[in-house]
Design a protein around this ligand. Structure first.
Ligand code: HEC
Length: 179
């Protein structure tokens, strides 16, 4: 005997379970090798490639080791930024960077991978506005940038489910005042 309504209900229940399982799998997907290497750069300012990773601050004559300025120290472990000591540190989750953004100080279009590299290495946003010098200028190899970019795309999205809870390690911690 056929009971179409019951069959349809069972089907949609099974479909529902399947869909939530798939979403769960995606959310929990472990970081790829490139993303893990990018995470090391973002969270700790360290690279695994062997290429140098340095920062240039406006008042320091020589570049400093990048590990003194991990992105997470200012933008937060989750990339959401914040405000501290009167300095606004922007949200740099990829979903935010790829939207146009308007503040009292800057109006910019969406970021591309190329534009992100210019922001890091030259301190320019997609509209070529110079970024506040509190945002360091980085010297980063193409390989390391690729890893960082891979991780940034995961940041703020699915990381919590994969057990990488933001450590809460420091929001906006601006560099020391010039001597
Ligand atoms: C010492 C603090 C500090 C560190 C470390 C830092 N940033 Fe920033 N960053 C800032 C501040 C402050 C701004 C805002 C600049 C402005 O609005 O002019 C900024 C701006 C940016 C922007 C521009 C966002 C926009 O909406 O245009 C990007 C992208 C960015 N940072 C990425 C990074 C990445 C990736 C790292 C690590 C490799 C990093 N930052 C490290 C402080 C920091």
């Amino acid at each position: 005997m056929h009971r179409p309504a019951a069959i349809a209900a069972t089907r949609s229940a099974i479909l529902g379970i399947l869909i939530s399982f798939l979403i769960g799998e995606l959310a929990g997907a472990p970081l790829t090798d490139a993303e893990q290497r990018g995470r090391l750069i973002y969270q700790e300012g360290r690279t695994s490639s062997g290429y140098p990773f340095m920062v240039k601050l406006p008042y320091s004559p020589a570049p400093l080791a990048g590990r003194a300025f991990p992105c997470a120290a200012c933008h937060g472990a989750d990339g959401r930024g914040g405000s501290e000591g009167g300095i606004d540190v922007p949200d740099i989750r990829w979903q935010t960077l790829t939207k146009p953004h308007d503040t009292a100080k800057r109006t910019r279009g969406p970021y591309t991978k190329r534009a992100l590299r210019d922001a890091l290495t030259r301190g320019l946003d997609p509209a070529r506005n110079p970024l506040n010098p509190v945002m360091p200028r980085f010297q980063i190899s193409l390989t390391d940038f690729d890893h960082l970019f891979a991780y940034l795309q995961r940041l703020g999205g699915n990381l919590q489910a994969s057990g990488l809870q933001p450590s809460g390690a420091g929001h906006a911690r601006p560099p020391p005042e010039p001597q």
